[in-house]
Design a protein around this ligand. Structure first.
Ligand SMILES: Cc1cc2nc3c(=O)[nH]c(=O)nc-3n(C[C@H](O)[C@H](O)[C@H](O)COP(=O)(O)OP(=O)(O)OC[C@H]3O[C@@H](n4cnc5c(N)ncnc54)[C@H](O)[C@@H]3O)c2cc1C
Length: 327
């Protein structure tokens, strides 16, 4: 579902709506603790747009960057970046989450095709890892190794682990960590808004995360030996028996081969005042600043466990619209 079609198109005729491309917001303008507009750049010209209310929707990498460029964030980091602190909010840019997947690959039996069209039914096993407090925190999913969808950013797609087998004759069971316990961070690389911020997912640094992925891969290996796969799978390609032999060989292999999703979230997380790392309240209002909201994936206190973040982001946007309209 494209929000351009479902949400924007029906409103395009509104006279109080202006959509402009090629405009970079540089920072939020804050006066006496209140957001009063944004500073933006278009075609080399920098200008200010005044507003009674500002709703930040730049995504989980750029929204914390814009808050920090505006002086809202961890005081130490702002000082190091040469930015005057307007409001100290230590959680801005922290708590970065994104799904990761490890994969077990296998040779598909000759004559069997796993290729499906994009509307075909997909199969996934949601399960609760041993000792997890949250249900269905893990996902195992069978798929072809080759992803026929267009690669939007060349080189970032998870590498095929098909060994000597041509990729089109290999398939995989991916193990996705749906609810990670660890998280990373976004930091300013520069006080210049044109320079991308730096970020680090800090994947698998939490012991409970590497444990669950390790166990998930071993479960995938067991599943491949089950009757359900006997007509489809020839043999396992990766990880090899040597790698599976013990945790000391499996853990580095997982770290070298995991792939990342594009479900970036959590960097301006919602939470109560008792949580010092919370950035927005339950209405997505930035704490300590009047007239400023964040309405994107960055407010998620936890990443949605089982798939993409898109539907949840739409829900967040719709809720914030209702709250703002209600005054
Ligand atoms: C290749 C790809 C495939 C995906 N597939 C799926 C999927 O199948 N299912 C699913 O559920 N999710 C999927 N996702 C994830 C989903 O797209 C995101 O979770 C969702 O779009 C996040 O919404 P958001 O509003 O937080 O941020 P975004 O959608 O990233 O919106 C942020 C917007 O702010 C703009 N922006 C940022 N900084 C500035 C600035 N300084 N000035 C002006 N504008 C700025 C950006 O250009 C962008 O338009 C995919 C993501 C990618 C990248």
């Amino acid at each position: 579902m494209s929000t351009a079609l479902t949400h924007l198109n029906p409103m395009r005729h509104y006279l109080n709506l202006t959509v402009r491309g090629g405009v970079l917001v540089r920072k939020i303008v804050i006066k006496d603790g209140r957001a009063v507009g944004v500073e933006a750049e278009s075609g080399g010209t920098v200008f200010q747009v005044d507003a009674d209310r500002v709703v930040l929707t730049s995504g989980a990498i750029r929204s914390p960057q814009l808050l920090m460029l505006s002086g809202i964030g961890p005081e130490d980091h702002l000082r190091q970046s040469g930015i005057r602190t307007v409001h100290h909010l230590p959680g801005v840019g922290q708590h970065l989450m994104n799904h990761l997947s490890a994969q077990m690959t296998f040779k598909v039996k000759d004559g069997i095709s796993l290729a499906t069209d994009r509307d075909a039914v997909h199969f996934a096993l949601h399960y609760t890892a041993e000792g997890s407090s949250a249900v269905n925190d893990m996902v195992l999913r069978s798929s072809t190794v080759v992803d026929e969808r267009q690669e939007h950013v060349a080189g970032v797609r998870t590498k095929y682990l098909s060994g000597d087998v041509p990729p089109e004759l290999a398939a995989r069971i991916s193990c996705t960590l749906g609810l990670p316990d660890g998280s990373g961070y976004v930091r300013l690389a520069s006080a210049d808004p044109n320079i991308q911020p730096s970020f680090n997912y800090c994947y698998l640094q939490h012991p409970n995360d590497i444990r669950r992925v390790r166990e998930g891969l071993r479960l995938a290996v067991r599943l491949l030996k089950s009757d359900a796969y006997k007509d489809v799978a020839d043999y396992r390609i990766h990880p090899t028996d040597d790698v599976l032999a013990n945790d000391d060989t499996l853990d580095p292999w997982i770290r070298q081969t995991i792939g990342t999703a594009r479900h970036v979230s959590g960097t301006c997380k919602m939470g109560p005042d008792t949580d010092p790392m919370a950035v927005v309240d339950q209405y997505c209002r930035v704490k300590g600043v009047q007239g400023l909201w964040v309405a994107d994936a960055s407010v998620m206190p936890r990443i949605p466990r089982s798939g993409g973040a898109h539907a949840t982001v739409i829900m967040i946007g719709e809720r914030v619209v209702d709250w703002i309209a209600a005054g």
